[in-house]
Design a binder for this molecule. Structure first.
Ligand code: PMP
Length: 295
């Protein structure tokens, strides 16, 4: 709408999308050496910003990447950007690269991290999946093991997710399901997975390859409030195929019902538990980020 636009914050300066550039010598580009967050905002207010900044700091620490801004400074930058964009509802991509350096991969030879925050709109899937449910296929590409690249590190290295997503695209599916090296269910290419079985709400464990999703934590809490028995569990494809309901969660995804996995139809998508949690999620967002009320 008028007065709302894609806007960026680059190392302290606000500017249009054309200012969101880094050098080809930046190790974020050369090696995927960096960390990032995707953050939604509603009615001009970021949702669960503290959780996102905490995860960003944890990922950066795991990579020995020293953030050039404090949490408070980043929060102030986010607030400034969201307000200036006038977008109202939208999505932020906050990335921190190792910075410009020599062509060799040694991070010690990078000068200073680059910090970029991009404000835009996002829609992970066509809105129709809210009523029809998404179709998933299991990717042959596996989630990396803990001692390869710990899945709790939200790094700029998303290649195994990209490979999985290519497989989903090639199969005409909406999303890919990734397993870990042991064949346990890990997560989607950009979202976490939940199953409903009786009164249980099940989700894969981080040690099995699930990112510790901010939306995942919110949905686990909402599940408990709804009286469900919420558990992180080792899950096999069998558990997915035989679940009563299955759905995906993520910042971009929000909550997405799953109708089919590898050709197996789930009994209900969107199912009753999903609908209830989606309602609870919307109510929570309205509470935390304000509700515009009737126009
Ligand atoms: N898994 C992966 C691999 C992701 O990229 C994302 C998106 N950040 C998620 C899960 C969902 O996490 P969150 O709810 O924090 O967005």
């Amino acid at each position: 709408s008028a007065g709302s636009r894609r806007l960026c914050w680059v190392n302290g300066a606000l500017g249009g999308p054309e200012t969101a550039v880094v050098s080809a010598y930046d190790h974020g580009l050369l090696y995927g050496d960096g960390v990032f967050e995707g953050i939604r905002f509603y009615h001009g207010r970021p949702f669960r910003l503290a959780e996102h900044l905490e995860r960003l700091e944890a990922s950066a620490r795991a990579l020995c990447l020293e953030l050039p801004y404090t949490r408070e400074e980043l929060a102030a930058a986010v607030a400034e950007l969201v307000t200036a964009s006038g977008l109202g509802d939208g999505y932020l991509r906050l990335l921190v690269t190792r910075g410009e350096g020599a062509l060799g991969l040694d991070p010690a030879r990078c000068e200073r991290p680059n910090v970029l925050i991009l404000a835009d709109r996002i829609s992970l899937m066509d809105g129709r999946v809210q009523e029809t449910g998404a179709r998933l296929v299991t990717a042959t590409t596996r989630r990396l093991p803990l001692d390869g690249l710990d899945p709790r590190i939200k790094s700029l290295n998303y290649l195994n997710h990209i490979l999985a997503r290519l497989e989903a695209n090639n199969a005409g599916a909406d999303e890919a399901l990734l397993l870990n090296a042991a064949g346990r269910v890990a997560e989607g290419s950009a979202d976490n997975l939940f199953l409903v079985r009786g009164d249980q709400l099940l989700t894969p464990r981080p040690e099995d390859g699930a990112l510790e999703g901010v939306t995942r934590a919110v949905v686990m809490a909402l599940g408990r409030e709804a009286g469900l028995r919420v558990r992180e569990a080792p899950l096999a494809l069998y558990d997915v195929y035989t679940a009563e309901e299955c759905f995906l969660t993520g910042t971009a995804a929000e909550l997405i019902p799953v109708a089919e996995v590898d050709g197996r139809r789930l009994p209900a998508a969107p199912g009753p538990v999903f609908r209830r949690l989606r309602e609870a999620f919307r109510a929570l967002v309205a509470r935390e980020c304000g509700d515009p009320g009737p126009a």
